[in-house]
Design a protein around this ligand. Structure first.
Ligand code: PLP
Length: 471
């Protein structure tokens, strides 16, 4: 299988090339030339597979330049009960009103990003060793990507990690998780700005061809194709867990920011998984909600991006969104270049005429959840179901309850655990309710922290990378 760019001006690449690439040279995102279609018989055969075997079956359709035996080994190493807390890997449970929750946050950093990142760390190490290469990963995080990347790449041979985060915008737990790592290949950089500023710096460095080549830059941001493909797997797993037969349809509700998670759901649906609707939940930063309601996509700058109590969704420029629009516009790279030229000029675009197609053919709907909704949902789930959910998952449950149609079966993706966001949990249910936390993380916030603070400026970041790699 070959990979092409959404902007249509990059020569077709192999899976391994797309994996190491990040943004395509033409500024687009990599996607397979076409999606494999899963027959009814194959779907039936996959129903009872353990997670790692299902992952192997799905990923091998995409990673056609990795030997099957090697891929199976990598996948088996990644999706273990030791790393993800149970043999189910992504257990599905039920709330009293029938809403299902798929637990994607039982990995080392308690957020769903581990699902993809743990695989990516192992794939990177494998491909780099095979090709005798080294790689410097540069990333931007609003909290969960950074820690998931660092826990997946810490101590890996041939890899250095430079992770940008917005100074003072993450929870104490998130900061402690990243900044307390002492591995020599992990470099934390706090930027004086918002997450989108961090993302812009990463893009600036990626677009600097000379710097990128001289320093072997790559990324593990949510635009990385390897992450998307790993995420496709749990939609299949969640579908099988939620249904008794492949006659049934399921909708997924996805707390969204960069559109990476729900993009994987879109791909699973295109592959033929019987998904009814894909419900996009946003917080106060509602660019995606606006698009799915009106057809207008108007990304905003840092000044119009609110700091909220579901911080990992504080995103006003959804990088993976371009992958969906590419499919929506019948994979016409010329149109995508024109649309993103408008985005680049700060104007955005209007696809009002596509709204029916977006809803009917692609199954998308969206709604948002605000701070008060979040608190109310956390408190209600605690009162009615006796469990504490995290603020992002609460946004998803609020939206699922709001959009649910009669008879619709909805799986809400649990994108983090409550333990990561203690302040908001306390605000919702009071300080005296203990928040469960894995024993290994008991003293996390008291560990010494290591971080370099820099101004919002690509040149400053380049300097640090140069100095670190020279030393
Ligand atoms: C990253 C993240 C999201 C948003 O996921 P996208 O793939 O960026 O849409 C939602 N919730 C949590 C907890 C996250 O870490």
């Amino acid at each position: 299988m070959k990979y092409i760019s959404t902007r249509g001006e990059t020569a077709p690449q192999t899976f391994s090339q797309a994996l190491l690439m990040g943004l395509a040279p033409d500024g687009g995102l990599m996607l397979p030339e076409s999606y494999p279609h899963i027959s009814a018989a194959t779907l039936e055969a996959w129903r009872d597979l353990p997670y790692a075997e299902l992952a192997f079956q799905i990923i091998s359709l995409f990673a056609t330049d990795i030997a099957a035996a090697d891929l199976r080994k990598i996948v088996n190493q990644t999706y273990t009960a030791e790393v993800f807390g149970s043999a189910d890997i992504t257990p599905v449970r039920r709330l009293h009103d029938g809403i299902l929750i798929q637990g994607l946050s039982n990995g080392p950093t308690l957020a769903f990003k581990d699902m993809a990142m743990q695989l990516l760390g192992n794939l990177f190490e494998y491909v780099l060793a095979r090709e005798g290469k080294t790689l410097n990963i540069i990333g931007a995080t609003s909290g969960d990507t950074g820690s998931a990347a660092e826990y997946a790449l810490r101590g890996k041979a041939g890899i250095q990690v430079f992770m940008l985060s917005p100074e003072g915008k993450m929870s104490a737990f998130q900061r402690a998780q990243m900044y307390s790592l002492t591995d020599a290949n992990i470099h934390n950089i706090a930027i004086n700005g918002m997450f989108d500023d961090c993302q812009d710096i990463v893009k600036a460095l990626q677009n600097d061809e000379r710097f990128k080549e001289e320093y072997y830059l790559s990324t593990v941001n949510s635009i990385n194709w390897g992450r998307i493909v790993a995420q496709v797997v749990y939609y299949f797993k969640g579908y099988f867990a939620a249904t008794g037969s492949n006659e049934e349809k399921v909708s997924f509700c996805v707390p969204s920011g960069n559109f990476g998670n729900v993009c994987a759901g879109h791909i699973a649906r295109q592959m033929g998984l019987p998904i009814h609707r894909l419900l996009v939940a946003t917080n106060e930063n509602d660019v995606l909600e606006e698009f799915f309601k009106t057809g207008r996509y108007k990304p905003r700058g840092a000044a119009q991006t609110w700091v909220t109590s579901s911080p990992s969704m504080d995103i006003s420029k959804a990088s993976n969104f371009e992958r969906f629009v590419f499919d929506l516009m019948d994979r016409d790279g010329t149109q995508i270049r024109a649309l993103w030229a408008e985005v680049g000029a700060g104007k955005g675009f209007d696809l009002q005429l596509q709204l029916d197609k977006i809803r009917e053919q692609y199954g998308f709907a969206a709604a948002k959840s605000l701070h008060a909704d979040r608190l109310h949902t956390i408190a209600a789930v605690y009162a009615e179901d006796g469990e504490l959910i995290d603020p992002h998952t609460a946004d998803g449950i609020k939206v699922a309850r709001q959009l649910r149609q009669a008879g619709e079966k909805i799986v809400c993706l649990e994108t983090a655990l409550a333990a990561k966001f203690a302040d908001t949990i306390a605000e919702a249910v009071g300080k005296d309710i203990p928040i469960p936390r894995p024993a290994a993380l008991a003293d996390l916030e008291s560990l010494p922290q290591r971080v370099t603070v820099l101004p919002n400026n690509p040149t400053a970041v380049k300097m640090v990378i140069k100095e670190t790699l020279a030393g």
